[in-house]
Design a protein around this ligand. Structure first.
Ligand SMILES: [Zn+2]
Length: 282
């Protein structure tokens, strides 16, 4: 990312920066050997609590575990209401897979942690919780020796920063930054907002990231980078595991076209907001 953002564009070729979020071990175990074969450097945004505590399984992996491994109803409390969810029932699976993900993305730290604690207990009654699949400190240090990975901040516990209090924001951003700087021995330039979509960052989060000393921050709002890009809202295109090679190519090569269409779409939705005087969530 530093290379892309600090060197002005020459010519008309599309330039791409590759980033990975979270810090999973397969990023270095599976992806890095392939990327190195082609000489492609990456920026790696790592949420540090998971690399430091192997028993801390992120909630999205706990949901996947419930869906894959639990054959008895699990019981946990959401929004103060105790629910019983049977992973063998289609409607309950859908609830776990979509509604619960949405709830956990849009709750503050305390409520999130209470739900996670309940989930851990419920799952561990019928399945032995594994350790998480994140890279460990020594593995990160070792892969950094290649000189082609730039670490980036991604908080400590991967919260929705738009919902954090200012104290929580500072603690999350700084904990991640200090930890990664200790591992790499280098100062961090870039940050990526956890989840990263609209509603997962805010002006106060951008300010906190800037105050922590980052040069810029990535979202997961689709778009290309230009001279006009706001440095604390750098857009990215998400590449999902179920994307076909054709879709991937179209997405990368057609990125400038997508960006044009999206800015047109957002200017249309802005004008309809003005017209009807409704607020919209951004
Ligand atoms: Zn993330």
């Amino acid at each position: 990312m530093s290379e892309l953002l600090q060197r002005p564009r020459t010519g008309t070729r599309i330039r791409v920066a590759v980033t990975f979020d979270d810090g999973y071990f397969d990023n270095i175990d599976v992806a890095m050997p392939i990327l190195r074969q082609y000489g492609i450097p990456i920026t790696w945004f790592v949420a540090t609590d998971f690399i430091d505590n192997a028993d801390l399984v992120p909630w999205w992996d706990l949901i996947d575990l419930t869906l894959a491994e639990c054959y008895e109803p699990v019981e946990f409390t959401v929004d103060g209401i105790k629910g019983i969810y049977d992973p063998t029932v289609v409607a309950d699976r859908q609830w776990l897979n979509t509604r619960l993900r949405m709830i956990l993305k849009s709750t503050g730290l305390l409520q999130r942690d209470a739900i996670i604690e309940d989930m851990r207990y419920a799952i561990s009654r019928q399945y032995t919780l594994p350790t998480n699949s994140y890279a460990r400190e020594e593995e990160i240090k070792s892969v950094l020796q290649g000189g082609d990975i730039e670490l980036g901040g991604h908080t400590g516990s991967h919260p929705n920063v738009a919902l954090c209090s200012s104290d929580e924001l500072k603690a999350e951003i700084n904990r991640g930054k200090i930890r990664l700087e200790k591992i790499s021995g280098q100062s961090l330039n870039w940050f990526a907002y956890p989840f990263g979509g609209r509603g997962a960052f805010s002006p106060s989060a951008a300010k906190a990231v800037q105050e922590a000393g980052f040069n810029g921050a990535c979202s997961l709002v689709s778009g290309t980078v230009s001279m006009k890009t706001e440095k604390y809202m750098i857009p990215r295109y998400a590449i999902s595991p179920n994307m076909t090679m054709e879709t991937f190519k179209a997405r990368v090569l057609g990125a400038p076209l997508y960006a044009g269409l999206e800015s047109l779409r957002s200017s249309i939705s802005m004008s309809s907001v003005r017209k009807y005087g409704k607020g919209f969530v951004g």
